[in-house]
Write a protein that binds this ligand. Structure first.
Ligand SMILES: [Fe+2]
Length: 133
């Protein structure tokens, strides 16, 4: 479901590594949700997803500020939207609204595809030579 493919590469190694990790966590989330292993999902995987995506968004936003990326406001608003949907998914699962949680997980998948392939790729030209770590 959340399989990494080279088409997602933005050509900046550190960002690609972080995106791969997000795919890995989402894939685990998907499997556990399908298998109905909700306790593990709520105790381990969703917190892992929250922590890691927030860390990743903060890294990107740090670079936007540091290198005065022109389109940062719109980009940051998209990150906020992901965080809101992720929290909604968590509370749906907590409340036992599994099919709503599942729909939101599919939404996150669509969001990620569009975000990496379109939105993230927009900053590559201006940032790829500046991000060294
Ligand atoms: Fe982003």
């Amino acid at each position: 479901m959340f399989k990494w493919d080279d088409k997602y590469s933005v050509g900046i190694q550190t960002i690609d590594e972080q995106h791969k990790e997000i795919f890995r966590i989402l894939d685990k989330l998907y499997s556990l949700l399908k298998a109905g292993k909700l306790e593990c999902l709520l105790k381990e995987i969703i917190p892992e997803l929250e922590n890691y995506t927030i860390f990743h968004f903060q890294r990107e936003e740090f670079y936007f500020h540091k290198f005065s990326y022109i389109d940062s406001d719109k980009h940051i608003a998209e990150h906020q939207n992901f965080i809101i949907k992720m929290k909604e998914m968590k509370s749906d699962i907590e409340m036992g609204r599994i099919s709503l949680g599942f729909d939101l997980m599919l939404y996150l998948k669509t969001w990620i595809d569009h975000h990496i392939l379109v939105i993230d790729k927009k900053y590559v030209e201006s940032l790829k030579d500046k991000i060294k770590e």
